[in-house]
Design a protein around this ligand. Structure first.
Ligand SMILES: Cc1ncc(COP(=O)(O)O)c(C=O)c1O
Length: 417
């Protein structure tokens, strides 16, 4: 059959069938074929609507079809989509400047995904170590973490199931448990070139790194001349109610009025940055930025005019929404607490802003299709943590709708063992 004669499948069974035949079977998809998105909802071909509380795993943070994003994109598509990094264009510099104001990190490198940002961050750390000593190549990372699917990002992922099939990976990665300050102290030495972790672990089950642990990591990085690297691919860019999750440590809280003074050398971000288009970024201070000079790193697609324009618009809208992200996060967790009081297998909520987990005392996978049947999309990580990454534009009524759906699912109870 010639390419022009190819007919797109319309029926769900055909869509699934053609995927099963021709697409690499590396995803365990849920039974849902998405046709359209608007605001906080996704729609299937039967016009059934689903409240999207997972947002393409944190990508569609402004919901679907945000009018300001669409306007910027439509305009830019007509002007220029791609020109490569052989040339300058109008948007990359201002985007880097805006990100520098938000993060305190002077320089940006733009790429196309989270894994690529982690990969580049590791190159920076290794390049930094190499400039000091050939033995300075070790990375300290966290058990339970997720760094992405490229080989180096896999090597720093603290979950053996992702690493083992591909070993040997890059050497010299040590893992310590989240918030185990003594283990961190034992793992970092003069051969460490980078300490890398997510301030709030996503895939690992919405687990917060403590201020004490982060403070120790910062001290150790200074003492042993290693780079302090935060992976904010899931928790950054407004998700927790701050531009970056690490910034919460530097603010006083009622329980801990003494703010920390933690300044990473490198931060990776991605997911929502391109407003739904693929985009990642490595943010870095001047010390880290000096490592990769012209020709040492690059990307054909990275930082093109279309994604940069989208990102500038995303950052503006996100900034306006920050106070609501905090407020709705508090309300959402309070409503989840009610479910924890009502159902004995619901332990309770955790997380910050709109990065929310609900811990169950039983495995949680069964909840996902059951909630989908009731029009709510979420997912389950770390076996027993329901994960919610709702769009920043939600209102209380959306949270109430999600709670109603969960309440109905929980009334059915977990399946018998
Ligand atoms: C913390 C973290 N790092 C890295 C990645 C990899 O990002 P990507 O899937 O865009 O390569 C993810 C993706 O979920 C992530 O959550």
């Amino acid at each position: 059959m010639s390419a022009t004669a190819l007919k797109l499948p319309t029926e769900e069974v055909q869509i699934i069938d053609v995927e099963k035949q021709f697409v690499m079977q590396n995803y365990g998809r849920y039974h849902l074929t998405v046709e359209r998105g608007k605001g906080c909802y996704l729609y299937d071909a039967e016009r059934q609507r689903y409240l999207d509380f997972i947002t393409g795993i944190g990508v569609n943070a402004l919901g679907h079809g945000h009018p300001r994003l669409l306007k910027a994109l439509r305009d830019q598509i007509g002007q220029l989509m791609h020109c490569s990094n052989l040339y300058y264009h109008r948007y990359q510099g201002p985007l880097a400047e805006r990100l520098a104001e938000m993060s305190g990190l002077q320089r940006s490198f733009f790429c196309n995904s989270g894994a690529e940002a982690v990969e580049g961050a590791l190159k920076i750390a290794k390049g930094y170590g190499h400039s000091k000593s050939p033995d300075k190549f070790e990375i300290v990372a966290l058990n339970g973490s997720f760094g992405g699917r490229t080989l180096a990002a896999t090597a720093v992922t603290g979950q053996a199931k992702y690493r083992q099939p591909f070993e040997p990976l890059i050497p010299g990665v040590r893992f310590v448990d989240v918030n185990d300050v003594a283990a961190l102290e034992a793992a970092v030495n003069d051969n460490t070139c980078g300490i890398l972790f997510e301030p709030l672990l996503g895939e690992g089950g919405i687990v917060e790194v403590s201020r004490a642990f982060a403070q120790k990591a910062s001290e150790l990085a200074k003492r042993h001349d290693a780079l302090l690297i935060f992976d904010e691919i899931q928790c950054g860019l407004g998700r927790t109610g701050a531009y970056f999750a690490f910034q919460h440590w530097n603010r006083p809280t009622p329980e801990d009025p003494e703010p920390a003074d933690i300044h990473p050398d490198v931060v990776t971000a991605a997911k929502p940055l391109g407003g739904g288009l693929p985009m990642g970024v490595i943010l870095m201070n001047e010390k880290a930025g000096a490592i990769l000079s012209a020709g040492m790193h690059g990307s054909t697609f990275g930082g093109g005019p279309l994604v940069c324009r989208a990102a500038l618009e995303f950052l503006d809208v996100m900034t306006e929404l920050l106070p609501m992200i905090k407020e709705h996060g508090v309300y959402f967790r309070r409503r989840l607490e009610e479910l924890a009081l009502k159902f004995d297998f619901v332990v309770g909520p955790r997380g910050r802003g709109l990065m929310v987990g609900l811990e169950l005392s039983v495995p949680g996978k069964w909840v996902v299709p059951a909630a989908q049947e009731r029009g709510l999309l979420l997912n389950c990580t770390a076996g027993n943590i329901l994960r919610f990454l709702p769009p920043y534009i939600i209102e209380r009524r959306h949270i109430d709708q999600a709670i109603d759906a969960l309440n109905q699912v929980f009334e059915q109870g977990p399946p018998a063992e």
